[in-house]
Design a binder for this molecule. Structure first.
Ligand SMILES: Cc1ncc(COP(=O)(O)O)c(C=O)c1O
Length: 370
């Protein structure tokens, strides 16, 4: 094979369902020279990350750390550790990621009781109540921000019902984390996973997770071995905590450097300010899109500020427009998934990409393309 040229990818404006644009400080941190994954200086970096993840998740849970793999691995970490064959699990499904949760829970050997809602609408709490009463649930799992539809799922009432049923509440916060309010302790969340590449605006490939004491008790009382070696919390937690930190796997060191810087940027801005910025930019985009005749898929009160799902107007070619936006204007937006393929666009305003200049560029480009 002849020598390939040096890689030279385009500079894109990332306005899809993730990843989002990364701050130059994050990219600089990622190019820091490598150190070893058990170097005392790297262990300090891990401690810093853990403390900042606790703060951004609004939790004091000691078992809070970052899985060295993307959001789907965080999802799998929660379920493989908490479920054993024969357990009953209530899984809420109102989009792609609820389906993924159900698939993983089934692979754990659990009996899955599904609570479904039409895509584009939130899960109904009365349906949750019935499902919890129909079985002996070990846990209930639900997606906070359904990236496939743009729905923000209210959690507090469902959390209360889950507790009353004696089950653990597992939450997917891949897209909501650092973009809208997420109170792990106050809302009674027992296990939660997120991703680095959405509103945190760090490179993809890391999944912050946290577990309550009730979740740890369930883990400690397992009768069977966790079937995944890599994701078994009993082992990986020794790499993240305690005086005697033991080798578990070689951490993605550069990605962790970047994540530390991304977390610092979030805390410099302040959580409340960051949530307010996401909301304000969503409203600005909404006004501009509606003025062009676009309709939102989701009812106003359940809309995600960081993921705007709009119906593609009649006669507009989905693939052609997105291709033109990417090739001519370097702008990435997302298409629809599953039943919404070809029917909606998903415009992300996540983290660094939640920005007025991004909005103006997209609107100007859309006006020329459509
Ligand atoms: C809500 C939600 N859950 C889970 C995932 C899976 O995350 P990853 O693609 O990082 O594995 C995503 C990714 O888009 C997501 O949006």
């Amino acid at each position: 094979m002849e020598n390939l040229r040096e890689m030279n990818t385009s500079t894109r404006i990332l306005m899809g369902p993730g990843p989002s644009d990364a701050h130059p400080r994050v990219l600089r941190a990622m190019s820091t020279p490598l150190i070893g994954h058990l170097d005392p200086e790297f262990l300090v970096v891990m401690d810093d990350i853990k403390a900042m993840v606790q703060e951004t998740l609004q939790t004091k849970n000691p078992l809070t750390f970052v899985v060295s793999a993307p959001g789907s691995a965080g999802m799998e970490t929660c379920l493989v550790n908490l479920l054993e064959p024969g357990d009953e699990a209530v899984i809420c499904i109102h989009g792609v990621f609820g389906n993924r949760l159900a698939d993983i829970a089934e692979r754990c050997g659990a009996k899955v009781i599904k609570v479904e809602a039409d895509w584009g609408t939130p899960i109904n709490s009365e349906d949750v109540k019935k499902a919890l009463a129909s079985c002996n649930p070990k846990l209930l799992a639900i997606v906070h921000a359904e990236t496939s539809t743009g729905v923000l799922q209210p959690l507090e009432e469902i959390s209360k019902m889950t507790k009353e049923a004696g089950a653990l509440l597992v939450v997917d916060a891949v897209t909501s984390y650092c973009g809208t309010d997420l109170k792990v302790d106050k809302w009674g969340i027992d296990a939660l996973y997120s991703g680095s590449q959405k509103c945190l605006s760090a490179p993809p490939g890391l999944s912050p997770v946290t577990f309550s004491q009730a979740a740890i008790d369930v883990l400690d009382n397992r009768k069977t071995k966790v079937q995944s070696w890599f994701l078994d919390l009993t082992m990986v937690k020794n790499y993240w905590t305690g005086a005697k930190r033991a080798y578990h796997h070689t951490a993605p060191i550069s990605a962790m450097f970047a994540m530390r810087e991304a977390l610092r940027i979030v805390l410099e801005e302040g959580l409340e300010n960051r949530f307010a910025r996401h909301l304000k930019n969503h409203e600005l985009l909404r006004d501009k899109l509606e003025a062009m005749g676009f309709e939102f898929l989701v009812e106003k009160q359940y809309r995600l500020p960081m993921l705007n799902a709009v119906r593609i107007p009649q006669g507009v070619d989905d693939v052609e427009v997105r291709k033109c936006l990417l090739e001519k204007y370097n702008i990435e937006i997302g298409g629809g998934l599953g039943p919404f393929a070809g029917k909606i666009w998903r415009v992300g305003l996540m983290g660094e990409s939640s920005d007025i200049n991004h909005i103006n560029m997209l609107i100007a480009a859309l006006k020329e393309v459509m």
